[in-house]
Write a protein that binds this ligand. Structure first.
Ligand code: APR
Ligand code: PHB
Length: 395
């Protein structure tokens, strides 16, 4: 027997996108229900990136769940780019972005803060929701169904938000003749290691070497995150911790390698690099947000920040709908979100093309990478473009 309930906004996906929207709408008195396929423990066990644009940090403040981010997050005014020939050079974000900066704060911690804020406000987040399906998307009364064990549940709503990530059900619910997908796959992945060690550098180091790309990042002063570029055929099992540390040392500046504190990996995984965009981000009363509609390679640290700008546009449009009865924001949502999504796509592609070693890379392309870096560190205009994109383009 199907149990039916009603809400205003039904959200598929309890990741950062779905939770942030649910929290922001609740503060405006707009009801939501979040359906998450996995358990809370599973969602919080995922290790993802952790560089927040200033626009995102402001959204967390507006969502009244920025306390821990402010206390434990690190404000970074710059980062380093290391090139084997050109050496280690600092990108002064603060100077070149008009005094902006980023906050280094893990996505896992941010998601935990959102869960706690939902709980504190009595927000409805249903975990282990199986077979979530959106229905009647082009009608004025779409609804969601899901199963909990034997019980089937139905949720009537005004709008459905597809915040269910790349492998979710939402994007697949848009007819093929309507949905256009753009994809670029890169011929390598990132092997990431998380370790309870002191970070090698107070700011991030992006490294470009003959052996491939590397990144030194952190979650805190006692939790480090490192990545090296590896062939897609590699496996985590194929990389012992020692082999990882030895390879990393060969891809970072010698003085950093000498100072590097190594330790057992508490998480180790390989992520393939891809650029992906689905258009449009609206189908009837279904609105896609975050990874459900777009994916970037992590080189530009845009994934989470791109999701946040979707949520900003959707939140404003839904408040405009419920508070002012205007559907202008909802009508413009897809175009507005995609305009900023593609800029994040361009920046992430540019950082990836600049800093990675492509197999069989023609000499001319290799020289172009050299020149692109040399131009970057010789031109205030180029540096300002980098800093503006890295700290966050205006919403
Ligand atoms: N039913 C219910 N929940 C689902 C379904 C489904 N059919 N499919 C997926 N989900 C859940 C996933 O379990 C996940 O918790 O949707 C959530 C989507 O969360 P994310 O993948 O984190 O996507 P998003 O919230 O948009 O966050 C984007 O995540 O991957 C990073 O780099 C990315 O930083 C970006 C951020
Ligand atoms: C991370 O800290 O995991 C991280 C930081 C910057 C990136 C990608 C990942 O560009």
């Amino acid at each position: 027997m199907t149990q039916t309930t009603k809400t205003q906004v039904g959200i598929i996906g309890g990741g950062p996108s779905g939770l942030l929207l649910s929290q922001l709408l609740h503060l405006q008195g707009i009801e939501t229900v979040v359906l998450e396929r996995q358990s809370r423990k599973y969602v919080l066990a995922r290790v993802r990136a952790g560089v927040l644009e200033h626009g995102f940090a402001n959204l967390m403040r507006e969502a009244r769940c920025s306390e821990r981010m402010e206390k434990e997050g690190e404000i970074h005014h710059g980062f380093y780019i290391y090139d084997q020939q050109a050496g280690k050079q600092r990108v002064d974000l603060h100077k070149y972005s008009g005094d902006n900066s980023v906050i280094v704060y893990g996505q896992t911690e941010l998601t935990r803060d959102l869960y706690e804020a939902r709980e504190k406000m009595g927000g409805i987040v249903i975990h282990n929701a199986e077979d979530v399906k959106p229905h009647d998307l082009t009608s004025v009364s779409p609804f969601l169904t899901y199963r909990k064990g034997e019980d089937v549940h139905r949720i009537d709503c005004d709008f459905i938000i597809g915040a269910d990530g790349f492998h979710g059900v939402s994007r697949k619910s848009i007819p093929k003749d309507i949905l256009k997908e753009y994809e670029k796959l890169y011929p390598f992945g990132w092997l990431g290691v998380l370790s309870r060690t002191k970070p090698v550098s107070p700011e991030l180091i992006y490294a470009r070497t003959e052996r491939g790309f590397a990144l030194c990042s952190m979650r805190s002063q006692v939790l480090s995150r490192y990545y090296i570029q590896v062939p897609l055929s590699d496996t985590e099992e194929g990389w012992s911790d020692d082999a990882f540390w030895d390879e990393l040392k060969q891809r970072i500046p010698a003085d950093d390698a000498a100072r590097l504190i190594t330790g057992p990996s508490i998480e180790k995984s390989i992520a393939p690099l891809r650029s992906f965009v689905a258009e449009p981000m609206r189908y009837g009363n279904l609105f896609l947000a975050g990874d459900a509609a777009h994916i970037v390679p992590p080189t530009g640290a845009r994934g989470l920040n791109s999701a946040a700008s979707d949520i900003y546009y959707l939140y404003s449009a839904l408040v405009e709908h419920y508070k002012k009865g205007s559907s202008k924001g909802l009508e413009n949502y897809s175009a507005r979100a995609l305009a900023r999504v593609w800029k994040a796509q361009r920046f992430s592609w540019w950082m990836t093309m600049l800093l990675h070693r492509f197999p069989e890379m023609p000499g001319y392309d290799r020289r172009l990478q050299d020149i692109e870096l040399a131009y970057l560190f010789s031109s205030d205009a180029a540096m300002s473009a980098l800093a503006e994109n890295y700290t966050g383009l205006p919403f």
